[in-house]
Design a protein around this ligand. Sequence first.
Ligand code: SF4
Ligand code: SF4
Ligand code: SF4
Length: 531
Amino acid sequence: MANDKTTDDSAQGDSNDANTRVQELIKYVKIKAKPVELTGEIKIPKIKPNSFIDVKPQLLTALEPLERLGYPVGGLVPNWKEVFLKKMDEILKKYRSVKLFLNICVRCGACTDKCHYFIGTADPNNMPVARAELMRKVYRRYFTWQGKLLGSKYVNGSDLSEELLAMWYTYFYQCSECRRCSVFCPYGIDTAEITMAAREILNSVGLVQKYVHEIIDKAQNIGNNLGMQKNAIINALEFVQDELQETTEIPDIRVPIDEEGADVLFVTPSADFFASPHIESLYGYAKVFHQAGISWTMSTHASEGGNFGLFIHNYGHMKKINKRIWEAARQLKVKRVIGGECGHMWRVLSSYSNTMFGPFDWLDSRFPRPQHICEFTLDLLKRGALKIDKTANDEFVVTMHDSCQVARGLEMGGTKYGQFEIPRGVIRGVCNRYEDMPDNTIKERTFCCGAGQGLLGDDMIATRVKGAIPRMQAYSYAKREKGVNFLALICAICKAQLSKMFPTYGIPMEEVGGIHQLVGRAIVLGAKEGI
Ligand code: SF4
Ligand code: SF4
Ligand code: SF4
């Protein structure tokens, strides 16, 4: 823990003034960013210091969610330095990985040009090593004996100041925690973990981001990101069912809700209930379950797959949101849990669920862990349990964007590289034409869409436009060289971001969609084959 001399530093001064000054330093300013020309090449830019220093997300100031979520109200807390260092100390003790990552960087530079936000903005503070350095400087100053004894000057550290807080708030919200940089680091340093820890520290002193926390509040207290009450969920899903029955002319195709005793609990992002290009995948899931002849149900209690608690390293939020899935599975007495197309849900369900609140140990022993919908569908395809007409997708040459939370999360289906091969297997199973984007932009080296982990709000549009550049260039290369005209995805945030970025970069938004949108088009409904 930090020495006392530093925590009651006279520079802490009058707390109201500090709060006012910090609010001014991190004030949200609407900034426009122009898309670049799509050449198909990903160029490493010449650095432009501080080119994105003015882009910051909006703060959450409304009393209600802040109080409900247990965060300080009214902005920066009066004794913020003390709270900051106490929280950092707690994190360093609790998450040994963060401490390790702060200690072992040798500044080799291998990560410097690997972040999509650096490539997009040219701001050197968006180099992963520089981003992490913001925390390392505080670590060296307050958590090493040399720093405590000799002060920041002798350890290349930073004293806590309002300017430093503003830098933290700015650049730890220009990181989508995509973990691409960690793939290239010879020591496996995961800057995403540093970002998550930094956000948790910022929250503890009263600097809380509006977009993420309003959603966490809705997901935790109402049950889904959109804040839909039970009746609204039922209405929305009944509407989906009506649409399906009308368009397929199959009266018994269903979207079951809260049906106790169903074999499968299916959970998906609430975006799938309405918006395009999300709802098309929901049609696809319903068709797969119908044609497989498997009883399934959605749940009004677990009406959200996405887990924004992951964005800020807060296991309390993560657990409360995810526990709804576990509770619904128990209440409905299902044998199996399957998750839809959602990167963050997959990461939490596959990597954290079992240890966060105990295992799903009453499920069918053949499916003891929650599964991904792509595992489920590929298995059916391989066994010939679905009738498929691939020509229904012949208008498309399809490519796939590996969503970071899936690609750099746990393997899918218990098989090495399953997270890359299973979704591609589904696409190939329902489409005749598939082409990958360049190797350095896919699979474990995939580029983020530019809007993950709390950057999807309109306040971050400038960062989103710039952060999307590598993905847009890779797609335009595949389009030009291989005739690709459809980007298939398995993440709701990626779908929302890229369906906005495609038109921004002059490509029709209809070229973005879910993998189960393609499945839904190709599946031949009718006489059941059984499984
Ligand atoms: S690649 Fe790893 S060790 Fe090298 S500078 Fe980046 S974080 Fe540090
Ligand atoms: S985790 Fe992703 S967004 Fe964050 S610094 Fe690394 S590459 Fe950039
Ligand atoms: S939004 Fe998609 S691409 Fe971006 S970090 Fe999340 S999973 Fe990755």
